[in-house]
Design a protein around this ligand. Structure first.
Ligand code: FRU
Length: 474
């Protein structure tokens, strides 16, 4: 089969992980090994559209910001992963990097639900070349009360035991996370259900891409459920990525929830996020900066999909705060341009395709603030409105004619950190209390404008930095 060709660079991102060409979805195997952070991703190099079988693409970085593309790490087609190396994770053991992934297998029928899945491992001592384990699969079949949805292993070590959680669906049609343990990553025993959807339309029919980690003295169960129905201003994407906060009980193998399911990012383009812990103990998350069935206009140029900026996670009052990794500062090409806001309308940027804007605004209850991403001629691409009265953000996306929302705690000050890349926009609100991730498609320098829509003066300041556009090496 022929690899797909890039035909234009116009939407190619400057500082977000993407493939050299072809399709990508979920981040996989996020880890730190022998001096490098590694990220893998679901990759189909033969088309800009999602295709089968899925590979694992690969990139590495010293600072989580400058990435170097490496050869494809996992190529499907062996008996244990005949129709795809689906999502999974990575762990370091005995100076060796192990990838744990799902083997996807299609049965001989036209029904897309007619498949089966098993779990496999591959290993590498140099972090570049991977060998599939000769005795794969390490888990051949799901437990008896499971359907065929049995994928996306996340492995971690606690004391001298390795644990694996899997995204799955129980036979009653509800999503769940199940648990296995191992002493050596090769022999696994089943421990049961960690947590399960309590309602088909509120919590979903299938839980994809689970992750479980400790943050301060609590645990976070991160997952990407399918089937949650829209609820007023929440859960408006096709599928969501969100979390429960609670305690994971290693004796009972059970996650005890202390919060309801919350979306992690309120934008249109965020899914299948995965975390790793850095050597200095920070929890860092990276997500797919797209969503199944969304617009991906870069497909006309022979590629599709990217990963979000890496984001550090913190927890306060059962709420996850997500901020860009500190090394994002390595992208700044200048020491910033400070703007004083006085009028009701300020152009923050009009000269760059890649930039960062930091905005600090004094807010009165009656204020209505709007941040707009516009074309050079003033056509709206994305707007973000803030109502001081309601402490509510409303994002509008022109191409979909569609809204997304984020409620924040009442505040007298708004802090926005905005990252614009050649086809992406990430907005971090109030030190990570909320975040919107969006793709946009405009092949020129966009304008970023801040205004008070009631024509009242803006009070505050802003700083704009030009960012590097060559942080990804192919
Ligand atoms: C999530 C997902 C995973 C699966 C992968 C296949 O987006 O559906 O559950 O492993 O994508 O590419």
């Amino acid at each position: 089969m022929e690899k797909v060709q890039l035909t234009s660079e116009k939407f190619r991102l400057g500082y977000h992980v993407m493939a050299p060409y072809g399709w990508i979805n979920d981040p996989n195997g996020f880890c730190y090994f022998k001096g490098y952070y590694h990220i893998f991703y679901q990759y189909y190099p033969y088309s800009e559209n999602v295709g089968s079988p899925m590979h694992w693409g690969h990139a590495r970085s010293k600072d989580l910001i400058h990435w170097e593309t490496l050869p494809i790490a996992l190529t499907p087609g062996d008996p244990e992963d005949k129709d795809g190396c689906f999502s999974g994770s990575a762990i370091v053991k005995d100076d060796t990097l192990y990838l744990i992934y799902t083997g996807h297998h299609l049965n001989d029928s036209d029904d897309s639900e007619d498949f089966w899945e098993n779990q496999n491992i591959a290993y590498s001592t140099d972090g570049v070349h991977f060998t599939k384990y000769a005795q794969n699969p390490v888990i051949a079949t799901p437990p008896a009360d499971n359907t065929q949805h049995f994928r996306d292993p996340k492995v971690w070590q606690y004391k001298d035991v390795y644990y694996m959680i899997l995204g799955s669906q129980s036979k009653d049609g509800l999503g769940r996370v199940i648990l296995y343990k191992s002493k050596d990553l090769e022999q696994w025993s089943y421990l049961g259900e960690v947590d399960k959807s309590q309602d088909l339309i509120k919590e979903g029919f299938m839980w994809e891409c689970p992750d479980l980690f400790k943050l301060n003295d609590q645990h976070v169960l991160l997952l990407s459920p399918q089937g949650i129905e829209p609820d007023n201003k929440r859960f408006l994407n096709l599928f969501q990525t969100g979390y429960f906060v609670g305690q994971f009980d290693y004796a009972q193998h059970h996650f005890n929830r202390q919060s309801c399911f919350r979306e992690l990012d309120n934008g249109h383009d965020f899914y299948a996020a995965q975390t790793t812990t850095t050597p200095d103990g920070r929890n860092v998350l990276i997500g797919w900066m797209n969503m199944w069935e969304n617009n991906m206009l870069e497909q006309e140029d022979g590629w599709s999909g990217a990963l979000t900026l890496p984001r550090t996670l913190e927890i306060k009052n059962n709420h996850l705060y997500m901020n860009p990794i500190d090394t994002v500062k390595n992208l700044r090409l200048d020491s910033g341009h400070t703007l004083t806001l006085e009028n009701d309308n300020t152009i923050l940027s009009t000269e760059y395709r890649l930039f960062e804007a930091e905005v600090l605004l004094d807010i009165k209850a009656e204020d209505n603030i709007r941040l707009s991403l516009l074309t050079q001629t003033g056509t709206n691409l994305i707007t973000l409105d803030f109502s001081g009265n309601k402490a509510l953000f409303t994002l509008y996306r022109k191409d979909y004619d569609d809204y997304r929302y984020a409620q924040v705690a009442p505040t007298k000050e708004l802090k926005l950190r905005i990252f614009v890349d050649k086809s992406s926009l990430e907005i971090f609100i109030n030190d990570g209390e909320k975040c919107f991730t969006e793709r946009y498609y405009y092949p020129d320098k966009p304008q970023l404008v801040l205004e008070n829509t009631d024509n009242q003066p803006l009070s505050g300041s802003a700083k704009v930095y030009k960012l590097k556009g060559d942080a990804i090496q192919f």
